[in-house]
Design a protein around this ligand. Structure first.
Ligand SMILES: Nc1ncnc2c1ncn2[C@@H]1O[C@H](COP(=O)(O)OP(=O)(O)OP(=O)(O)O)[C@@H](O)[C@H]1O
Length: 360
């Protein structure tokens, strides 16, 4: 899409206060048609409030919301939800119990009944529920009901689809399959999707773009790959996985550590530095009569630690170490089964290209 194309959804400088507290603060984001953006952040950071303002069920104190370039909300205008062309789906998606599945899906449709029936058929097929049209919600499983709710929300061809934790009420085993089906249908329909979640795995799985939120603000927005591999700060890194932190002091754009020196450009001399590394980017090597492997340019100098705990998590093993150099704790993740005995001395190396350096 050319850079100049009007985004399907554009929220600019949204602020919402409850009493003196700004729950959403000067928040801006855009979502293109056919794109899924996940608003990701901890509980209470203002995700739902943001979504509700875009839906039109909450009024911002300031800011502008545009859909296809049309202002639906600003200081003087406030279109009601039904006039915005948005579809909504929440955790508590509540189908109408007294209506058949077909009537539930047709609920938001108007006009020609043959066209309505065709649209209902099309959507039930998309969500793999052809043949369920005459059933009632109580005859369906939770996952099936969830797919009906998706079909109902998409039936009127919303320009923007707003989803608030839509999968959190579902059984863990069902969830991945339904996420994938949902994503497929959303992509086929081509709406701009804003999906609220507090689960990093869900955002990584679903999103074209992640907007990471904290305290009412977006702290970083980008592709899942970039958000995971180039986090804006230590908290952003820690939101996606456990992290290890190695502390140091920058001097001449270098920080010396027991794992060798790290380049720390832009950090003042004497400035405290956190070198952050995810557990899967620590490499373990065996102790050879008190000696470790040779230093390499990719992995720096090895440092010795003693195993303090080892756990098997199914797809990987997590091994905790107490480091000899200062008694600090580090955790390494190893694919598959690796369960060394407590007290075993082992050597750790750090993938230098996978480190993040932040001001402490
Ligand atoms: N109507 C309201 N009146 C007062 N405070 C509110 C109101 N609605 C939300 N809040 C507060 O605003 C903050 C943000 O709420 P919001 O629901 O937007 O967060 P969230 O990120 O979606 O959290 P969660 O993931 O737990 O749903 C919370 O501290 C909440 O208590």
């Amino acid at each position: 899409m050319p850079q100049t194309a009007t985004p399907r959804l554009q929220a600019s400088n949204l602020t919402r206060k409850f009493g003196p507290r700004a729950v959403v603060s000067d928040l801006s984001l855009t979502v293109a048609a056919g794109q899924v953006t996940c608003l990701l952040g901890p509980s209470g950071c203002g995700k739902s409030t943001t979504l509700r303002m875009i839906a039109g069920v909450e009024t911002p104190d300031s800011g502008t919301i545009q859909i296809d370039g049309q202002i639906v909300c600003d200081a003087t205008r406030h279109l009601p939800p039904e006039a915005r062309g948005v579809g909504m789906m929440f955790q508590d998606f509540a189908l109408f119990p007294h209506l058949t599945i077909a009537k539930n899906v047709a609920f938001g449709l108007h006009g020609d009944s043959a066209k309505k029936a065709a649209r209902v058929r099309e959507l039930l097929e998309r969500v793999n529920l052809s043949g369920f049209d005459r059933k009632y919600p109580h005859e369906l499983s939770g996952g099936e009901q969830q797919r009906v709710a998706l079909a109902r929300a998409l039936a009127p061809r919303p320009r923007v689809m707003l989803m608030d934790e839509p999968f959190s009420g579902l059984d863990n085993r069902l969830r991945d399959g339904i996420r994938d089906t949902t994503l497929e249908v959303l992509k086929e329909e081509g709406a701009a999707v804003l999906l609220v979640t507090h689960e990093p795995e869900e955002a990584l799985r679903m999103a074209d773009e992640i907007a990471l939120m904290r305290d009412g603000k977006i702290v970083q927005q980008g592709s899942p790959y970039n958000i995971y591999n180039a986090p804006a700060d230590r908290e952003a890194a820690a939101f996606f996985s456990d992290i290890n932190v190695i502390k140091g002091v920058s001097k001449g754009a270098l920080t010396d550590t027991p794992f060798g020196a790290f380049l720390t450009p832009g950090h003042a001399d004497g400035g405290l530095v956190d070198i952050v590394i995810r557990p899967q980017h620590l490499k373990i090597d065996f102790d050879r009569a008190g000696r470790g492997p040779n230093p390499t340019s990719l992995e720096g100098t090895p440092a010795r630690g003693v195993v303090s705990r080892a756990r098997f998590l199914g797809h990987e093993s997590l091994v905790d170490f107490t480091m000899e150099f200062d008694g600090s704790k580090l955790t390494a993740a190893v694919p598959g089964v690796f369960l060394p005995k407590i007290g075993t001395p082992l050597w750790l190396m750090i993938r230098r290209d996978r480190c993040f350096v932040f001001k402490a």
